[in-house]
Design a protein around this ligand. Sequence first.
Ligand SMILES: [Zn+2]
Length: 260
Amino acid sequence: MQRLGKNIGGYHGETIEIRSVLREIATTAPACGWTSEVFHTQNELDWIALHRPSESEANRKRIHISAGIHGDEPAGPLAVLRLIQENRWPGNAEVSLLPCLNPRGFLLNQRANPEGIDLNRDYRQPQSAEARRHIAWLERQPPFDLYLCLHEDWESHGFYLYETNPDQRRSLAEKMIAAVAPVCPVDGSATIEDRPAQGGIIRPQISPQERPDWPEAFYHIAHTSPQGYTLEAPSDFPLPVRVHALVAAVHAAVNALTAV
Ligand SMILES: [Zn+2]
């Protein structure tokens, strides 16, 4: 599979009509066992958090999955819709699913929100209503065992991911890469985004207290779950391939985490 070569200097690929995607998510989710909570409303758009309880408390794992924090990364919200439709969750998984953290950015097909704030740099001392309301919602949740942030990167040569796992829990990274490889190219570069990488996996040395502009993942590391992954689908490949890659990675991570 070759890169499309059309994303020069930014993302110029497929776009989605976010209102209709969110409408489809809202109408599909209840029949698949999800409850829904609106935690923010702005410009007649609702920010929703979906919740699916575990079937039993034995070895229960709590997982936070978020998408759509960058408005020019359509595969994330579409992957959420696909995950809901496929409805394949282990019985001991309790899942919170936030389909789109920046719907107003999607209306403009831009990374930032309409005020120009990159929400994924706004989780330390949040200036945006979007990050503030997400954090307020997170503060009402019990701790998570895993966070997954669904992203895309228009510059990459294939799928890759960032792992944070300071407590050295069982890594889920290789399982995700193995699940993605049959459906989407993996970026095998030795350096990705100026960080050393191996087989599509970046294990960054991070010190949140030294960085002022926290991405969402840093909030999770500090407050909700130290182990987690930022998944980056390569947006210079066709949209269905990227959606498939994110869905495959999420299933692999959830299945590996919840395996007894
Ligand atoms: Zn992103």
